[in-house]
Design a protein around this ligand. Structure first.
Ligand SMILES: NC(=O)C1=CN([C@@H]2O[C@H](COP(=O)(O)OP(=O)(O)OC[C@H]3O[C@@H](n4cnc5c(N)ncnc54)[C@H](OP(=O)(O)O)[C@@H]3O)[C@@H](O)[C@H]2O)C=CC1
Ligand SMILES: CCCCCCC/C=C/C=O
Length: 330
């Protein structure tokens, strides 16, 4: 019998999540039955979506939602042999039993020298978000100018690099000077620290006096208010996230989008990555190929130990991470 440890949400977040919103529980798992699989988590993802989705998808007392890379410990299911690696949606729990429906094998022939944790980041959901958002919503083309905020994070750092592969000029904003340096190191043409620039409008104009053809929006709020009027005619805005708004307790009022949309003839479209679920293989193969070729650089912000899950999640929301925020099980 296996003892599983799990972080539960004891109270729906009010504003910024706190350590006291979570409680660690232990559960004795039963023996697996026919068709079942027992997995042990090795890496956990902490993602911004857990903040706004928690209220929609969870009841108080539930195990925190989330994805993990896990190893099959015991199996009565031929599709998941012992020792193989899977993505599991079991959430913040060290061990779990499933029928296999919420498990996905890692893509075939995962090279030994590529960390399996990338299945939660560059070669996983955030990578797919960058890939499809840029390709299908921004429709970024060679020679165009792409703006991305939250640029040093899991999604943003890939948006910028994929845009460079396409042949675009790329401008990114991030929340520290170290992150700005990181963006320059991975090939962004221009980058600035949105927390220290005196005027966001001036910083955007300086980075690209010609304006922007594509805006990959991760942040929301004031940044978008300032960026929209700087879009070029027929520009495309991919509304991926709004992390600046996730902890708000009362809805904010911002600028209205109509004038820039009308006069610059813009297209602004929200999306969730799940729209392209039937094309994930295409995206993952491309991302893996670029990583192997060295065209996509990755960086992971690793927090060690399952006990640190809530701290890792809160830290990611505050901006501690450069690249993908990962928690290791041990
Ligand atoms: N639509 C979809 O299908 C998906 C959407 N998303 C969205 O994409 C965005 C990026 O996600 P992901 O790359 O995983 O996360 P990140 O790795 O970028 O981590 C979050 C980052 O957001 C930044 N941030 C936090 N608060 C603020 C704020 N008030 N203003 C500006 N930046 C802030 C911090 O960086 P900094 O130091 O720069 O402030 C922090 O590091 C999120 O909005 C997320 O919800 C993600 C996956 C799928
Ligand atoms: C179990 C994976 C869920 C992915 C959710 C992606 C949508 C994210 C939206 C904002 O962060």
């Amino acid at each position: 019998m296996v003892l599983s440890r799990a972080w539960t949400l004891i109270k729906h977040f009010e504003g910024t999540p706190k350590l006291s919103d979570f409680k660690l529980k232990e559960v004795q798992l039963p023996k697996i039955k026919n068709g079942e699989v027992l997995v042990e988590a090795e890496y956990f993802s902490v993602d911004p979506y857990m903040r706004p989705y928690s209220k929609r998808m969870m009841n108080e007392g539930d195990i925190m939602i989330g994805t993990q890379v896990a190893r099959v410990l015991e199996s009565n299911n031929k599709a998941y042999p012992v020792g193989s690696y899977v993505l599991s949606n079991a959430g913040w729990t060290t061990h779990s039993i499933s029928q296999g429906k919420d498990l996905t094998p890692l893509i075939p022939n995962w090279p030994d020298h590529i960390p399996k944790s990338l299945a939660l980041g560059t070669i996983g959901m955030p990578g797919l978000t960058a890939y499809f958002g840029l390709k299908e919503i921004c429709i970024a083309k060679k020679g165009e100018i792409v703006l991305v905020n939250g640029a040093a994070g899991a999604v943003g750092s890939l948006v910028g690099q994929i845009a460079k592969i396409i042949g675009c000029k790329v401008v990114g904003s991030a929340g520290s000077d170290d992150k700005v340096q990181y963006l320059k190191d991975i090939g962004f043409d221009e980058a600035f620290n949105y927390k220290t620039v005196g005027s966001l409008e001036e910083a955007l104009k300086k980075a690209s006096p010609e304006g922007y053809d594509c805006f990959f929006e991760n942040v929301g709020g004031y940044f978008a208010d300032v960026a929209l009027p700087q879009m070029r005619k027929y520009g495309r805005i991919a509304v991926c996230g709004a992390i600046a708004l996730y902890n708000d307790t009362t809805p904010r009022k911002g600028e209205y989008v109509h004038f820039p949309l009308i006069f610059h003839e813009l297209r602004m479209e929200g999306f969730t990555v799940q729209r392209w679920q039937d094309r994930y293989d295409e995206g993952l193969e491309k991302l893996m190929q670029w990583v192997i070729e060295g065209k996509l650089k990755y960086h992971e912000h690793i927090t060690k130990g399952f006990d640190k899950m809530p701290a890792g999640f809160i830290g990611m929301l505050k901006g501690d991470n450069t690249g993908k925020a990962i928690i290791t099980a041990k």
